[in-house]
Design a protein around this ligand. Structure first.
Ligand SMILES: *Cc1c(COP(=O)(O)O)cnc(C)c1O
Length: 409
């Protein structure tokens, strides 16, 4: 299942899922918008239906668009190749993909072990009681103790959102024993990290982020073995979470530039991290490999590079963080990440707002923490914008600190 040598990503990203173009006589992926498909031979139709109901691919007619779509299948093929996976299953969003994974695992047992911090939506879904599962949140070094006979999944995210903490996937896989491990690898992209190579059973991406890459598509993908893919397709048929073919087209359109986008933004992120770390308004910079943030040496082994997301804490808490965001004119204040333009958001106020404040604090999601998704603008233009924001934050922090000093007198 796992490719022995690292693939040539530049070439693979351009050609994966497109190898039949010459034979088809096309130069761009065809978009198939059919909601239903003719079934000229009833017996063949039955056979095809049975194959798909068992989680397989159509034998002849695709029957109905909730069961299978050729444009979606093409995007799945491309992502599978980039992850070095046997198969991939695409969903209407990252959360639809997560839900399908949890439901598919629940067929085996109704207990999941999860390691925080996680994407806010994932954390909230696990806590919500909506799904037929019990969840134990464990520290990375307590995963083995948290496993029960009915544990069917270990769910982790690395780099983590929003603190960019790294987890050692191989250590988690060892701790999980025979229990399959799913890695949300959204922040890393397959260019920087391929969890299946390290023993994960499934790798999840919100393709809304880097894979789509242009801020115009919502999608989720799971790259995995054909055996898991069959179960995920069964869940997808039953719960109706298949990706729309136009979204699959946009996902395919984003993939050829993925290696270049990640490399360019990563280089820029490196420049910004150095400058942020020296700025008097910034108390902490979270960036994989920066300072003491990679004690296990995962950058260079598990991850090919530190990525394009930077989290940093400003002095002065919520007020200073808000002042910084209000002063920006280039960087877009918005949730999401991995787009062509740089985006900044305030996790305590937005994405991780639903978390218990005590959990938030324990996970290092402080009131002054901002998460920057570095886009494709020049480093100088981004730094000019950030400097202006930091100046505005400084005015507020000094005012607040001044007031505090006055009132304590
Ligand atoms: C955005 C995101 C998700 C959820 O994906 P959607 O496409 O928004 O449903 C899951 N995990 C991570 C790390 C994300 O950034």
């Amino acid at each position: 299942m796992i490719r022995p040598v690292p693939p040539d990503f530049e070439t693979l990203a351009v050609h994966a899922g497109r190898t039949d173009f010459h034979a088809l006589g096309v130069h761009a992926p065809p978009i198939d918008l059919s909601s239903t498909y003719p079934v000229p031979d009833p017996e063949q139709g039955t056979a095809s239906y049975d194959a798909m109901a068992a989680g397989g691919t159509p034998q002849g007619s695709a029957i109905y668009a909730r069961l299978h779509n050729p444009t979606v299948a093409r995007a799945e093929q491309a992502v599978a190749e980039l992850e070095g996976a046997e198969a991939c299953v695409a969903f209407a969003s990252g959360m639809a993909a997560t839900t399908a994974i949890l439901l598919a695992a629940a067929m085996d047992g109704r207990h999941v072990v999860a390691v925080r911090p996680l994407y806010g939506g994932t954390d909230h879904l696990l806590e919500s009681g909506l799904l037929p599962i019990d969840v134990t949140f464990a520290q990375p070094d307590a995963v083995a103790q948290a496993i029960r006979p009915e544990t069917s999944l270990v769910f982790v995210e690395t780099p983590a959102n929003p603190t960019l903490d790294l987890l050692d996937i191989e250590a988690i896989v060892r701790a999980a024993g025979t229990v399959p491990v799913v890695v949300d690898s959204t922040f890393a992209t397959p260019i920087l990290q391929q969890p299946l190579r390290h023993g994960a059973a499934m790798v999840l991406h919100s393709a809304t982020k880097f894979l789509g890459g242009h801020g115009d598509v919502v999608a989720g993908v799971v790259a995995t073995s054909e055996a898991w893919a069959r179960r995920l397709r069964q869940v997808r048929i039953l719960t109706g979470g298949i990706l729309h073919p136009l979204a699959a087209f946009l996902l395919l359109r984003g993939l050829p530039t993925l290696p270049m986008r990640v490399e360019h933004a990563q280089r820029t992120a490196g420049v910004l991290v150095e400058r942020l770390a020296e700025h008097p308004m910034v108390t902490t910079v979270h960036y994989p490999g920066h300072g003491l943030s990679d004690p296990h040496g995962l950058i260079g082994s598990q991850m090919a590079g530190p990525g394009t997301l930077v989290a940093f804490e400003v002095r002065g808490g919520v007020e200073a963080a808000n002042a910084l965001m209000r002063a920006l004119t280039l960087i877009t204040p918005a949730v999401s990440l991995g787009s062509t333009d740089s985006l900044i958001q305030h996790p305590a106020g937005l994405t991780h707002r639903l978390l218990d404040p005590a959990v938030r604090e324990a996970e290092g999601i402080t009131d002054g923490l901002l998460r920057l998704s570095v886009g494709l603008e020049s480093a100088e233009a981004l730094w000019r914008d950030l400097s202006a924001g930091l100046d505005a934050a400084e005015d507020v922090a000094e005012h607040t600190e001044g007031t505090l000093a006055m009132s304590s007198r």
